[in-house]
Design a protein. Structure first.
Length: 252
């Protein structure tokens, strides 16, 4: 399977690749010197990652509890491993797809000796830092807004980080009512699956919370039969508190 794609150099530090559902912004440095050529090569590599996952899509669209035979493809296996680690048996490995692709592109660059790499796959971010490097990530309380409420400062005490967000208004479906759930983990694949699970758990029944079956929103969804939140009206403080407590319990 092959995709049409577009790769654009945004500025002296950033390369954008758009391909089907994927929108990656790749930034890479070697001792503070931008590496646009390598970033562009990583963008081209990312297309092959998407194609590999597409070939495994029938397996990766199953609930994690229904997957017995493991695939040979390392990216598909990573998605399964990350999702299985979260513990929600009804999640499909597609819950980790964006983070897994971001990780793969970031690792490809880091393995070539670069000292700082940031790959942002639509808000699911993989970061790689050599000794002495730092990065900051802004947290948006509303996925659909550019307003930043907090900043996470990361250093090279760990070489790999993943920061991902899931919630209402994002490109992926959610069963919950949170506007945004941001998770920090050892890599973006695990963080992606975790953010999905926590956002799903942030739920409370109310007449103001409207849901539809996933297949009615997207006939190609891997979540057939799952109710997806489409709208959240005004909620009482009690209902909001209960939803947040449910999300906190899942987080712990």
């Amino acid at each position: 399977m092959s995709y049409e794609y577009n790769i654009v150099v945004i500025d002296e530090e950033s390369v954008l690749v758009e391909c089907g559902p994927m929108r990656l912004v790749i930034r890479a440095w070697n001792k503070k010197q931008p590496q646009i050529k390598l970033a562009r090569q990583a963008a081209e590599e990312s297309i092959s990652y998407l194609e590999r996952i597409a070939r495994c899509r029938p397996l990766l669209s199953r609930p994690i509890a229904a997957i017995e035979d493991l695939p040979q493809d390392e990216l598909a296996l990573s998605m399964i491993t990350s999702t299985r680690a979260i513990g929600d048996e009804d999640l499909t490995p597609m819950a980790a797809v964006a983070g897994t692709i971001a990780d793969a592109a970031a690792d490809w660059l880091f393995e070539r000796g670069l000292t700082k790499v940031i790959v942002d796959n639509g808000g699911d971010i993989a970061i790689r830092l050599a000794r002495g490097e730092r990065a900051t990530v802004g947290v948006r309380p509303n996925v659909g807004s550019r307003f930043i409420s907090h900043v996470i400062s990361l250093d090279s005490n760990r070489s790999a980080w993943g920061v991902t967000t899931s919630g209402m208004g994002g490109r992926s479906f959610t069963r919950g009512i949170a506007s945004a759930v941001t998770v920090l983990a050892e890599n973006a694949s695990v963080a992606d699956a975790a953010a999905t699970a926590v956002a799903n758990a942030c739920y409370v029944e109310d007449k103001g919370v409207l849901q539809l079956a996933a297949e009615k929103i997207d006939p190609n969804s891997d979540l057939t039969g799952t109710l997806i939140t489409t709208e959240v009206g005004p909620l009482s403080e009690e209902k909001r508190r209960r939803a947040i407590e449910s999300a906190q319990e899942k987080t712990e």
